[in-house]
Ligand binder design. Sequence first.
Ligand code: ACO
Length: 405
Amino acid sequence: DGQIGYDASGFLNETGNLFLDPAFVNTASCDSRITYIDGDNGVLRYRGYPIEQLATHSTYLETAYLVIYGDLPSAAELKTFEERIRRSTLIDERMRDLFRCFPRRSHPMPVLAAGVMALSTFSEKSAGIEPDQVENATDRLIAKMPTLAAFSYKNSVGQPTLYPDNSLSYIENFIRMSFGFPTEAYEFNDEITRALEVLLILHVDHEQNCSTSTVRMVGSSGANLYSAVSAGTNALSGPKHGGANQAVIEMLQGIRDSGMSTREFVSQVKDHKSNVKLMGFGHRIYKNYDPRAAIIKEHADNILKLHSGRQDLLEIAQELEETAMSDDYFRERKLYPNVDFYSGLIYEAMGFPVNMFTVLFAIGRLPGWIAHYREQLATSNKIWRPRQIYTGEQERAYRPVDLRP
Ligand code: ACO
C-alpha cells in the first residue's frame, strides 16, 4: 500500500529508488570532472595532473587556476590571474572593525567564517549567481582569504593587523601578515615559504569530502558563492574533518610527556577497549599510503631540521610510523599515514598555534570549494534534497499541559 519497506541493508520504496545510506558511504552525489582519487593505489589527480607533479612544479595560484578553470594556464593567463588576485587582497576598512569586535583570543576559525560571509555584504556586484558575479566573487575570495585568515590569527593572539603588501607573492604576503609587525621588516625563509605553498597545493581539492559536499549543498539552493564557502568553512571546523592534525600533535606530545615507548602506545591502540586511535592514520578512501602524506613527510624532515626544538616530536612520529607499519593490526586493516600525520608538525614548526591549523586547511581547500560550486552551477539547477526514513512516533493527539502525566 505504498508503505516503505526495509531490511538490514537498506530501504526501498515501491518505485525502488529510495535507499538508506547513512554517512553517504555508498552514494555518489554528483558527477565531477575536477579530482580523481584511486584510494587502493594511493592516486590523487587534479584535472588529470598527479598531485606529485603539481607539488613539485606548480604554485598555489597556478593550481587554483587549474582546478577552477579546468586547464593549466598559459603564461599570459597566469600573469593576468595573478594580477587580478594581487589587486584584490585588501579588505574594506570597515571590515577591520568586524575583527576588532570579536573577543581577544577567539578561535580563528569562526572568525574566518564570519569574515567570508561579511565579504558578500561589501560587494553587491559579486553577491549573486550570474557568471560575472561568480567570477568576481572567485577573485575576491582567493585574494582576500589569506587577509581574513591572518586578521583572524592576529586577533586570536592579540596583535595588531597588517595590511597586505602586494609587492610580495601570495604565500609571502600571508606569512608576513601572520608573523610580521607593522614596524619591523619580516625576513622570509625560502624553505618555509615553499613548504607552506606545497601544503596548500596538497589541500586544494579532495572531491566530495564533508566541506565540499556542504558547499555543493548550499550552492544547490541558489545561494551565492560567499554563503557556500562560509558554510564549507564551518563544516571544515569539525575535528573529524579539519581538526585531525591538531589531534596528532596532542597525541605526540602525550607520548613524549608520558615517557611511554611508541611500541607501548601502539599496544594501547590495538586494544579496542582503550578507545585510543593512532591519529593521522587511516582514511575512508585511501587504503594505501595517502599520496599527500608521502610528500609532506619529506618537507617535515627538512623544515624540522631548521627548528631543533620540534625535532623530538618528528622523531616520535617517524618511530610511530615504523612501529605501526611493521604491525599486522595496521597492515591487515590497511591503515597508513594520512595527510594529517605530518602536516601539523610542519605548521607548528612554522610558528602557527594549533588552532590555526584548520584555517590553513581552509585557505588550501578554497579553490576546490569554488571549483565545485562553479561546476555545479554550470551543470545542474536542481536543489539537493535527500530523503529520510522516518522512525519517530506514529500520529498522536495533543494534550494540554495540565492533562499530561
Ligand atoms: N587507529 C587505530 N585503529 C584504526 C584507526 C586508527 N587511526 N583507523 C581505523 N582503525 C581501525 C578501526 O578500529 C577498525 O577496526 P575493526 O575493523 O577491528 O573494528 C578498522 O580500522 C576500520 O576502521 P573504520 O573506522 O571503519 O574506517 P573508516 O574508513 O570509517 O575511518 C577514519 C576512517 C575516520 C579516518 C579513521 O581511520 C580514523 O579515525 N583515523 C584517525 C583520525 C584521522 O587521522 N582523521 C583524518 C582523516 S584525513 C582527513 O580527513 C583530511
